[in-house]
Design a protein around this ligand. Structure first.
Ligand SMILES: *[C@@H]1O[C@H](CO)[C@@H](O)[C@H](O)[C@H]1NC(C)=O
Ligand SMILES: *[C@@H]1O[C@H](CO)[C@@H](O)[C@H](O)[C@H]1NC(C)=O
Ligand SMILES: *[C@@H]1O[C@H](CO)[C@@H](O)[C@H](O)[C@H]1NC(C)=O
Ligand SMILES: *[C@@H]1O[C@H](CO)[C@@H](O)[C@H](O)[C@H]1NC(C)=O
Ligand SMILES: *[C@@H]1O[C@H](CO)[C@@H](O)[C@H](O)[C@H]1NC(C)=O
Ligand SMILES: [Fe+2]
Length: 471
């Protein structure tokens, strides 16, 4: 009798569990694993004599020109470039017309060595006191070869500005990297949120920093004209005691400044910027983030400073994804997820962008924050308060695609595919943003995943979950 009761109880429990699962499934359409299969090929860096690596002509010509935000709110821009033959001049002349560069800013010069490599003269110069949403022209290289570029400052932080944000990660410098950049340039945004792993120079013998120089020349065609917001990836760490190099992030830090002081951060690897309607928090997967660490304390304080009435859209960028159903780097993001996920859900973060995995994945709004070690509740659940998680580590680098998925596709995963590409987030207004992922399809650009995201501050309970929609 007791046994029958037990069996009945078990059956009821199983039925209940099935009912819950069915309810969940009805609520959330199952995720899609794309049927597109890219042919797998060896990924090699473009040869040193590739057109994209050409040194600009002229004596001591400035090369590898790139810009990033120079403050938190979009009224400063930091211009960086390299001169190789001689130190040259670190001044930037700038103004609102090509023929009227009536402002000057003084920069600084730095160099570094890495094993037996010595860098060129790396110049950084911050142009401050700029107006928002304004086109500026700038020139570098005085005394030798002068080169001129331009950029548009981001819109003033405010809820009704629109913003088009490019999302690129793990780019490297292969033919696929070139394709990804070319596709982004076909309809570029106002800025790029770069989720880490830039040059992959460390994949070359002795971490050959010449591959940082080629990457700088390759990416100049976009990043000299619009700010890229940098997130540090594992290929930026370059901790190489076998080469006598024990300062983490050495080449990256010398070459790619970030405006971290403007957001009260103590290190260049975590900081925030505001671009029109968006507040973007950049985190470092490779800096300490446990409780009481500088990064943890900074994030805690930073989330208090976010004013959603001014910047309704709140994003996090970090290299290692917190949600990833690919076998590559599976579970690597768990320590940071455990540390920060509840803070992100409580803050109603709209989306978390990450790279690292050389594939593409977009999640439903799910959270996994109930677990407290005694309750055993450690299954992610649909949660409208939670961010959407995007893995966009598919820029196309020397390491190739992450072509092993875990099965079954977890419930949180809305769409996944291992191909190269990039994404764009088009913030239309305070409530709606159109998000699309573009696959590199044999040289073409194909929209392979797209969806509307609704804002978690203005529409906190709106169900914007979708599978592979709007294409
Ligand atoms: C890289 O892409 C650009 C733009 O499409 C093209 O002009 C260039 O020839 C390409 N270079 C290589 C090496 O693929
Ligand atoms: C650095 O060392 C490697 C290995 O010994 C050698 O092949 C390379 O030519 C050296 N480069 C320079 C700039 O000395
Ligand atoms: C750099 O060039 C600018 C513009 O010609 C000039 O005003 C400045 O004096 C130069 N600086 C140095 C250190 O030569
Ligand atoms: C863990 O969660 C369970 C279920 O919500 C709760 O009853 C329990 O008090 C929690 N334990 C601790 C230590 O917070
Ligand atoms: C915001 O943009 C969406 C999508 O374009 C549109 O449907 C909606 O009406 C807009 N809201 C306002 C207040 O303009
Ligand atoms: Fe990575």
């Amino acid at each position: 009798m007791e046994r029958i009761m037990k069996a009945a109880a078990t059956a009821v429990a199983v039925l209940l569990a099935v009912a819950v699962l069915v309810a969940e499934a009805a609520h959330h359409p199952r995720g899609v694993t794309s049927s597109y299969r890219r042919k797998l090929e060896a990924s090699e860096d473009m040869p040193l004599d590739a057109d994209v690596f050409a040194v600009p002509p002229g004596r001591n010509a400035p090369q590898q020109v790139h810009i990033t935000l120079g403050d938190q709110a979009g009224t400063a821009m930091t211009v960086s470039w390299v001169t190789v033959e001689a130190e040259g001049n670190s001044t930037v002349l700038y103004g609102r017309a090509m023929g009227r560069l009536d402002h000057a800013a003084e920069g600084t010069t730095t160099r570094y060595t890495f094993y037996n490599y010595t860098s060129g003269f790396i110049h950084h110069c911050t142009l401050a006191g700029l107006d928002h949403a304004t086109r500026y022209y700038y020139a570098v290289g005085f005394g030798d070869t002068v080169r001129t570029f331009w950029f548009t400052t981001p819109p003033r932080p405010g809820p009704d500005a629109s913003l088009r944000l490019g999302l690129i990660g793990d780019l490297g410098q292969t033919a696929d990297s070139n394709s990804t950049l070319a596709h982004y340039e076909q309809h570029p945004g106002d800025a790029v949120l770069f989720v880490g792993d830039l040059s992959y120079a460390d994949k070359h013998p002795f971490h050959d920093s010449n591959r940082w120089d080629t990457w700088g020349r390759f990416s100049e065609r976009s990043v000299a004209y619009q700010p890229w917001i940098w997130t540090a990836g594992n290929h930026e760490v370059e901790y190489a005691p076998e080469l006598g190099e024990t300062t983490a992030f050495k080449p990256f830090t010398h070459r790619y400044p970030t405006p971290y002081r403007a957001s009260g951060s103590s290190e260049p690897y975590w900081y925030s910027v505001k671009l029109g309607p968006a507040h973007i928090i950049v985190l470092s997967s490779y800096s300490a983030f446990g409780k009481y660490t500088p990064q943890f304390k900074w994030l805690e304080a930073e989330l208090q400073r976010v004013d959603r009435a001014v910047t309704p859209w709140l994003f996090i960028s970090t290299h290692v994804p917190w949600y990833n159903s690919n076998n590559f780097h599976f579970m690597e993001g768990e320590p940071m997820r455990v540390q920060f996920e509840k803070m992100a859900v409580d803050a109603r973060v709209d989306a978390v962008f990450a790279g690292h995995v050389h594939a593409y994945e977009r999640s439903h709004r799910y959270s996994n924050i109930k677990y407290n070690i005694t309750d055993g509740r450690c299954t992610p659940v649909a949660d409208r308060r939670a961010p959407v998680y995007v893995v966009i580590g598919d820029g196309g680098n020397i390491e190739g695609l992450a072509d092993e998925l875990t099965w079954p596709q977890p419930a949180y995963s809305a769409f996944r595919e291992y191909s190269f590409g990039h994404a764009v987030l088009d913030i239309k207004n305070r409530t709606h943003a159109y998000y699309a992922w573009y696959r590199n399809h044999d040289g073409n650009k194909v929209t392979a995943d797209a969806t509307w995201l609704t804002n978690r501050y203005h529409m906190p309970n709106h169900d914007d979950s979708s599978v592979h929609s709007n294409i």
